[in-house]
Design a protein around this ligand. Structure first.
Ligand code: HPA
Length: 241
């Protein structure tokens, strides 16, 4: 047992899919895996381990929302449960003009407005990157699927409700100008944990809303839209399981 996870050693597979939402974790486990067992239940954040269609042992564990939350769960999985790869499967807000709601973004890097590695006194800004082999595998699997996808930098923001409405130029426009494809709230810290602990990580997201295109996905559409991405993530997970 670790502080926030009450599974036994060995209950988690080497590869974990990590959505933010605990109900989405349940849906992923029940829809895409067989012989599923619940392995942890602290705070209602239920983790599951099962087998993919290809017979590979894979786990699903929710991260909760935001960088501190994914920081805790991914750290405990990497450091205390022998997990080697975490694939975040979430949603993001789109910035890039070529992205539309339901498209997939694969984060080849993550930026942040929250300095998770401040403790290291780096005298610079850390670039958080995924494992290259996992990224390459995901891009190849995305190409094979019919899904529309883009690969690039995302902003992992620390604030969802930005309070300052008086800025001359909204915060997101400035991130858009420097080429961020979109924003979410977890990948930067996930990548930092993986890199510092010598593990592997990747983040991929379905675009759930777009900052310059008004359509917002309903929660039902959001669930369906996630399917294409989860299928890609499972293919990647199978290769590293
Ligand atoms: N901000 C942060 N995370 C998100 C957003 C957003 O606008 N949309 C989906 N995830």
């Amino acid at each position: 047992m670790s502080i926030h996870i009450n599974a036994k050693k060995g209950d988690f597979a080497k590869v974990v899919l990590m959505p933010g939402d605990p109900l989405r974790a349940k849906w992923i486990a029940e829809t895409f895996l067989t012989k599923v067992k619940a392995v942890s239940s602290v705070r209602g954040m239920v983790g599951y381990t099962g087998y993919s269609k290809g017979g590979k042992r894979i786990s699903v564990m929710p991260s909760g929302m935001g960088q501190p939350s994914i920081g805790i769960y991914s750290h405990e999985l990497f450091a205390e449960y022998g997990v080697e790869l975490i694939i975040r499967v979430g949603t993001c807000g789109g910035f890039h003009k070529d992205l539309n709601v339901k498209d997939i973004v694969i984060a080849s890097s993550a930026s942040s407005d929250f300095d998770y590695l401040a403790d290291f006194n780096l005298h610079g800004i850390y670039s958080a990157t995924p494992d290259y082999e996992v990224l390459e595998t995901a891009v190849n699997e995305a190409r094979k699927s019919k899904a529309k996808f883009k690969v690039g930098n995302v902003l992992s923001e620390g604030i969802f409700y930005h309070l300052n409405k008086d800025e001359k130029e909204p915060w997101w426009k400035r991130w858009m100008k420097v080429g961020a494809l979109g924003c979410e709230m977890e990948s930067y810290v996930l990548y930092c944990n993986a890199n510092v602990l010598g593990k592997k990580a990747l983040g991929m997201f379905t675009v759930s809303d777009h900052f310059t295109k008004p359509k917002i996905m309903s929660s039902e559409e959001r669930q369906k839209g996630l399917s294409d991405m989860i299928k890609i993530a499972i293919k990647v997970a199978e290769k590293f399981a």
